[in-house]
Design a binder for this molecule. Structure first.
Ligand code: FES
Length: 157
């Protein structure tokens, strides 16, 4: 999955600008991506390495050293459910519970067939459209359980 879009890349560049020594930005950039998406993909690693101007293997060695980084899932559909306050007020908790029951997994797990992985994220930066769910790189806003069921059913086909 390709986590990084143009806006996120701009935010990564802003983080990088704060450091005189570009390698010092590796951990803040990885934390930023993980906070935003719940995991760090191979593509994310390549983009960060490219921005810093180093080999991706250097980022990979950082990732393998620190256990707090989630290097992602190979699931076909990675569902990122925002669980932050705006979304929580509008029913994110019920949607997350629905997804857990519907997919027979808990947050952080992947279905046995490798089709769906469920993650929660702190904020998808679309609070005025809450509750928000991101599946791979697509945002679904003003989510309801009915809409979620429809999306999951389509993806199961
Ligand atoms: S709180 Fe959910 S998108 Fe910001």
């Amino acid at each position: 999955m390709e986590n990084i879009n143009i806006l996120v890349e701009k935010e990564l560049r802003d983080i990088l600008k704060k450091y005189d020594y570009p390698r010092s930005a590796i951990l803040p950039m990885l934390h930023f991506i993980q906070k935003k998406y719940g995991s760090i993909s191979k593509k994310d690693v390549e983009i960060i390495a490219d921005l810093i101007g180093i080999n991706p293997t250097e980022i990979e060695s950082v990732l393998s050293f620190y256990s707090m980084f989630n290097t992602g899932s190979s699931a076909k559909y990675i569902i990122y459910a925002c669980s932050n306050i705006s979304c929580e007020f509008k029913g994110a908790g019920e949607i997350i519970t629905f997804l857990e029951n519907r997919l027979h997994i808990k947050v952080g797990q992947t279905t046995g067939d490798g089709k769906f992985a469920l993650r929660t994220v702190e904020c998808l930066a679309a609070c005025s459209h809450s509750p928000v769910i991101q599946i791979n790189d697509i945002y679904y806003e003003h989510m309801t359980i009915e809409k979620m069921e429809k999306i999951i059913s389509e993806m199961e086909k």
